[in-house]
Design a protein around this ligand. Structure first.
Ligand code: FAD
Length: 419
């Protein structure tokens, strides 16, 4: 730690990620008299912003109705409803635009900087923090936190193999999914919902999809236990991925963890086609005289199903012509197309985005201020909370919103906060 660093602070934020920076900037801009410090253990700040969205940073999502927005959060949606009425994606867009960073919307609603470069976002945050005179200390790892007898908190911080003691009136954890930091929070008597991964792909070894990596269907309905998700499905070298799979992985994060990522996935390759309708289409194909001498495997009966996939889904029919297919085979095919069962045997990594489900129990946090209901002057923002969203910019939006709310509350003194 630089010898010039004061041991006494008004606000210390642990974690120099999206949530930590947003809170610090908001706090320091609202109240320039406060001494605000970010402690970041890595050698650079905003590491996840830089790698996010494949290096493009999917900043937020073009969904501007809080009631709809919360439906994208498997955990935390209810708590975020009020928070989004105070700071939502529209505000995020304006926040960045007011700092000369323009965002654009892609056809699926994801919003990126027009530069398609996450450095634009990281640099904007770093510049705003510097202008607001937020102190950012890199390579500074918080080892312990305790309440001071005289109020506020005492922190033990390690930097360059030396330990420093810092004091602060207010403290915020914006430590993301860091497990050691969760232990520090537990020691302050906060409950933590167990952490498990969210947003992952499914490992599936099955001859029906073997060798089809890269083949996709636009609209599949996926079911697992009582959960279902709909969206594009992509076959990969290891199994299945795509928005539908990621959605199911997020909603089923806990169930799948408990089952050690072994479960049965039911796939309707035809979206919302019912088995009866599918049967009718197949029967028409069989009855159509021009088809009589054509191989079933030669042409997909459904334009939604690519021919390579179709060939493998009809494997049990062999090289029969339509005329020779039995009623039982037609029925089995309808079943295969609308409710094919696949064994999930493990999870894979979705490289574009990854979050943890679990974190600080939401019951113990006031979502108007992001302040702890258990410990005075303690705040939380971002992924450290038991909040996680689907892929598409929702996770950053939760970090911006909770960071902004926390920053607003951190900037006020106690009397004003309760006055
Ligand atoms: C590869 C990848 C791509 C992603 N892409 C997107 C995307 O495009 N859009 C989207 O919405 N979401 C995306 N996400 C999710 C998103 O990055 C996170 O939800 C978001 O970064 C959470 O921000 P945060 O500030 O809460 O936590 P983090 O960004 O995790 O920041 C926490 C910081 O705290 C520091 N820290 C932890 N403990 C301590 C300690 N004891 N002392 C000091 N420092 C500490 C850590 O080093 C870290 O820098 C992606 C995630 C990954 C992994």
């Amino acid at each position: 730690m630089s010898s010039k660093l004061s041991p006494i602070w008004d606000v210390i934020i642990i974690g120099g990620g999206a949530a930590g920076f947003f809170a610090a900037i908001r706090c320091a801009e609202l109240n320039p008299d406060l001494r605000v410090l970010i402690l970041e253990k890595a050698s650079q700040s905003l590491g996840k912003v830089l790698i996010s969205g494949g290096g493009r940073c999917n900043v937020t999502h073009a969904c501007f109705e809080p009631a709809k927005l919360i439906s994208y959060y498997p955990r935390g949606g209810n708590e975020l409803r009020g928070a989004f009425s105070r700071f939502q994606p529209k505000d995020t867009v304006e926040w960045f635009e007011s700092r000369n960073v323009k965002l654009k919307t892609e056809s699926d609603g994801r919003m990126f900087p027009v530069t398609d470069d996450s450095n634009t976002i990281a640099n904007c945050l770093r510049d705003a923090a510097e202008q607001a005179r937020v102190r950012v200390e890199l390579g500074a790892s918080v080892l312990s936190v305790e309440k001071s007898p005289q109020g506020g908190f005492k922190l033990e911080v390690m930097k360059e193999a030396q330990v420093f003691i810092l004091q602060t009136k207010k403290l915020m954890f914006a430590t993301g999914g860091d497990r050691k930091s969760q232990n520090l929070i537990q020691k302050l008597r906060h409950a933590i919902a167990p952490q498990v991964p969210s947003l992952f792909t499914f490992n599936i070894k099955d001859k029906r999809i073997d060798g089809l990596a890269g083949v996709a269907v636009e609209d599949a309905v996926l079911k697992m236990d009582s959960l279902s998700a709909r969206g594009p499905l992509l076959i990969t070298h290891w199994g299945m991925s795509g928005p539908g799979v990621l959605r199911l992985s997020a909603w089923g994060a806990r169930i799948l963890f408990d089952k050690k990522y072994a479960s049965t996935l039911t796939v309707n390759w035809l979206g919302d086609y019912k088995q009866g309708t599918t049967l009718e289409v197949l029967q028409r194909n069989k009855d159509w005289h021009e088809n009589a001498r054509k191989k079933v495997a030669a042409h997909s009966a459904f334009s939604q199903i690519p021919i390579r996939l179709w060939k493998q889904l009809v494997y049990f029919i062999g090289d029969k012509n339509w005329a020779d297919v039995s009623k039982a085979e037609i029925q089995k095919l309808a079943q295969e197309l609308t409710a094919g069962e696949f064994r999930i045997r493990g999870k894979g990594q979705f490289k574009e985005e990854f979050v943890t489900c679990g974190g600080v129990s939401l019951k113990e946090v006031d979502f108007k201020t992001m302040q702890s209901r258990v410990v005075d002057n303690l705040f939380f923002a971002g992924e450290v909370l038991d909040i996680d969203g689907l892929t598409g910019g929702f996770n950053f939006q939760a970090a911006w919103t909770t960071g902004w709310l926390a920053g607003s509350a951190l900037s006020t003194d106690r009397e004003r906060m309760h006055g």
